[in-house]
Write a protein of this length. Sequence first.
Length: 131
Amino acid sequence: MTFIRRAVILVAVAWAMTGAAAAAEFRAFDRAAFLQAQAEGRPILVEVFAPWCPTCRAQAPIVRSIANDAAFANLIVFRIDYDNQREEWRALNVRRQSTLIAYRGARETDRLVAATSPERIGSLMRSAIVP
């Protein structure tokens, strides 16, 4: 086998072993899907994101990294486009981009604005899964 072929196989095996299926589900924000997830009692994270926002860009990889933990397998992360979904973020009482909101079902458990600390973001996300 060639070196490249072996490397591709090793990457595929490593990806499969990391439990990719255990990661949280990421979706663009859709009001109906959000309400359905709340009605089902799912843990939810709402991420209010703007591509031009440096804080949002710093938060995104932290959220994704934490969401890869198997503890968050049932978590659904909804991303609101700050520039194009104004009505949606206003309905959630959001005042600015880089806002993260955790829910356990219909109940808001925590909210952060402009936080980039992995510890604070992790705590926020855990509030959605831990009763």
